[in-house]
Write a protein that binds this ligand. Sequence first.
Ligand code: OGA
Ligand code: MN
Length: 201
Amino acid sequence: MSETAFASLAEDLFRQHYAVLPDFFSPAQIRAWHDDAAATSRQGLFRAAAVGRNADRLRDTSIRGDTIHWLEPDTLIPAQQAYLAFLESLRLRLNEQFMLGLFAAECHYAHYVAGSFYKKHLDRHQDSRDRVVSVICYLNDDWQAQDGGQLRLYLDDKTLDVQPLAGTLVCFFSERIPHEVLVVKRERLSLTGWLRVRPVH
Ligand code: OGA
Ligand code: MN
């Protein structure tokens, strides 16, 4: 992450509570994550995502239809190590500049197939109080408006639709910005993570 890339991310995040940064990552970097996600999916390692945590965990495809694969900190796969290292540097730099007290990062690949979506929600709800900054990186080449699957951000006075196009990075304050994933018309892959104020477990 270059100085200028971090500077525009930080400026947008604090000025408007979100940042949308096209071409944040190089095509080669995105390809490595895309290919790893696709291979991991082919190995059957993705699981249906649950809504809520702990006792009230439930799988409800009328709320969200993606499948996910968590990146583990001790992973031996270089592509996954590289993304976790990026999140770690983002965590340290945001702490340094804004004293957010971010303690840890967590991240998963997410896979949506045609017809799936994620209804409007907040990432920081009663069951995930520790999430402060949401960070999403898209892995989809040549995404067109008619492919659907836009990330819709609900801002104070308008909505903003973001195409999940390869290389785009989105960050927002988890507690501030309700959002949804519109119905996707073709396969959609991303890396979705959070910077948190307490340990993951
Ligand atoms: C999520 C989420 C948005 C996206 O996983 O919580 O809102 O664009 N993802 O994938
Ligand atoms: Mn979300």
